[in-house]
Design a protein around this ligand. Structure first.
Ligand SMILES: [Zn+2]
Length: 201
């Protein structure tokens, strides 16, 4: 009785806005939770008669939220990056370290442990990767990629769209690591960049 379903209707693009608008209108006119409604799509196709919308005011709002999120997920980066952790300080910079190149920065001692997507993108890789431990790679669709390593847990899967600021995992010390921290890299067209040229705490 609390489900919202549109049978046979592809929820995407401009149709989505029309659907949400239609639902709002119906909600305003009819508060009976067992009511059924018939809607039209923007291209004038009529939704099948047996399609019904059953809702209460509360559940309707929840459904609207889901629909809007499904449409709005951006997957191409802005080129501007946010700090990928909840606070913390830079415990190691990019550059030579221990006889090899440290290709990113390390962020340690955070206020919280969520790891965040630094810009909009799509998850390119997510899983265990040798010295990186549990690591996520995000392709920002504009030549940039970011890497997040040593995570305790990973919250995303390959192919997920991750808007900037999305939680992608929890900070940890997996792989070649001496303490809980995030190893963070930015590359552009395959060349590693200094993340400190892009992010500020
Ligand atoms: Zn590192």
């Amino acid at each position: 009785m609390r489900d919202f379903s549109i049978k046979g209707l592809n929820i995407s693009g401009s149709n989505l806005i029309k659907i949400v608008a239609s639902v709002c209108l119906v909600a305003g006119l009819n508060t009976n939770p067992a009511s059924a409604a018939t809607m039209s799509k923007s291209n004038s196709e009529t939704v099948e008669k047996e399609d019904k919308i059953l809702f209460t005011g509360k559940s309707l709002k929840q459904n609207e939220l889901v629909l809007k999120v499904a449409k709005a997920l951006p997957s191409v980066g802005t080129g501007k990056f946010v700090w990928p952790a909840q606070g913390g300080y830079i415990s190691s910079k990019k550059g030579p370290r221990w006889g090899r190149e440290h290709k990113g920065i390390d962020i340690a001692q955070p206020e919280g442990f969520d790891i965040l997507a630094a810009d909009h993108g799509v998850v390119k890789a997510a899983g265990a990767d040798g010295t990186f431990g549990n690591r996520v790679i995000i392709d920002h669709g504009n030549g940039y990629e970011t890497i997040y390593a040593h995570l305790k847990t990973i919250d995303v899967q390959v192919g997920d769209k991750v808007p900037q600021g999305t939680k992608i995992g929890v900070m940890g010390t997996t792989g070649r690591s001496t303490g809980i921290h995030l190893h963070f890299e930015i590359s552009k067209n395959g060349t590693t960049k200094d993340p400190l040229s892009y992010v500020k705490q």
